[in-house]
Write a protein that binds this ligand. Structure first.
Ligand code: GTP
Length: 215
C-alpha cells in the first residue's frame, strides 16, 4: 500500500472508495503526531494543542483500488460533547488512541467506544485501538496485554507503537483500511435516507427583512 502524492495540481483526483477516519483519544495522547506521521512520514515534536477540527486527505492504493482517506483530528478536550459528536457523522473508521504512559487515557477508552456506538458514525464503523508512546518504556503504566484485551472485548484491532519512532502507525492504518474495505465491498456502509433539505417556516416574517445583520 502506498501513497499517491504526485498528482498534478488542480487535476481532479479519481478514486474508487472514500473513507472518513477519525482520530479519538484524550488530550495529549498523540493524535496529531500519529496522523501527521501517517500522512507525511515524519514526527514533529512541536504541535500546539489542537483547537479546531481539521482533516487532511491521503490517496492510498489498496488491492488495485484507489482510496481517498479523509483523516479527521479532534481536540482531545472536546471529544464526547454533543458539539463534536456531530462530526462523527458517516465515519467509516476510528482510531482510538491512548498513551501507554498515562493510565487515565486508557481508562477513557470505554467511554470513547460508547460515544462512537451512540453517534451518527456508520453502525458498522470499524475501530482500531492504538497504544501510543511505546518508546517511553520506563514510564509505561499500561501493559500490552491490557490493551489487547480491551480491543478484543470491543471487536477492535489492537496495535501499540510510537509516533516518535514511527512504529506501528502504518500497520494500524493499513489494518483499518482493510477492515473498512471488507465492509464497503459487502455494501455495508449504507447512509440513512434523510431529506436533503428540510423546510422550517419562519414564524416571524420580519426576520427576513433584517438584511443588515448576520446570524
Ligand atoms: P491534543 O490535540 O491536545 O488533544 O493532543 P494530541 O492527542 O493531538 O497529541 P499531540 O500529537 O499534540 O502530542 C502531545 C505530546 O506528546 C507532544 O509533546 C508530542 O511531541 C508527544 N508525543 C506524541 N507522540 C509521541 C510518542 O510516540 N512518543 C513520545 N515520547 N511522545 C509523543
Amino acid at each position: 500500500m502506498e501513497s499517491k502524492t504526485n498528482q498534478a495540481p488542480h487535476q481532479p483526483v479519481k478514486y474508487d472508495y472514500r473513507f472518513k477516519v477519525i482520530m479519538l483519544g484524550d488530550y495529549g495522547v498523540g493524535k496529531t503526531s500519529t496522523s501527521f506521521h501517517y500522512l507525511h512520514g515524519e514526527f514533529k515534536s512541536t504541535f500546539k494543542t489542537t483547537l479546531g477540527i481539521d482533516y487532511e486527505a491521503k490517496m492510498v492504493n489498496y488491492e488495485d483500488n484507489i482510496i481517498k482517506l479523509l483523516v479527521w483530528d479532534y481536540p482531545g478536550e472536546e471529544i464526547g460533547t454533543s458539539a463534536t459528536r456531530v462530526y462523527y457523522t458517516n465515519a467509516h473508521g476510528i482510531i482510538i488512541l491512548y498513551d501507554v504512559t498515562n493510565r487515565s487515557s486508557f481508562e477513557s477508552i470505554d467511554q470513547y467506544i460508547t460515544d462512537v456506538r451512540e453517534s451518527s458514525a456508520f453502525p458498522n464503523c470499524q475501530i482500531v485501538l492504538f497504544g501510543n508512546k511505546s518508546d517511553n518504556e520506563e514510564a509505561r503504566t499500561v501493559g500490552y496485554a491490557e490493551g489487547f484485551e480491551l480491543a478484543s472485548k470491543n471487536g477492535a484491532t489492537f496495535y501499540e507503537g510510537s509516533a516518535k519512532e514511527g512504529v506501528g502507525i502504518n500497520e494500524a492504518f493499513n489494518a483499518l483500511i482493510g477492515k473498512m474495505m471488507a465492509e464497503a465491498r459487502e455494501g455495508k456502509f449504507v447512509e440513512e435516507k434523510k431529506p436533503a433539505f428540510q423546510h422550517y417556516p419562519l414564524k416571524d416574517p420580519k426576520i427576513t427583512n433584517k438584511k443588515d445583520k448576520c446570524y
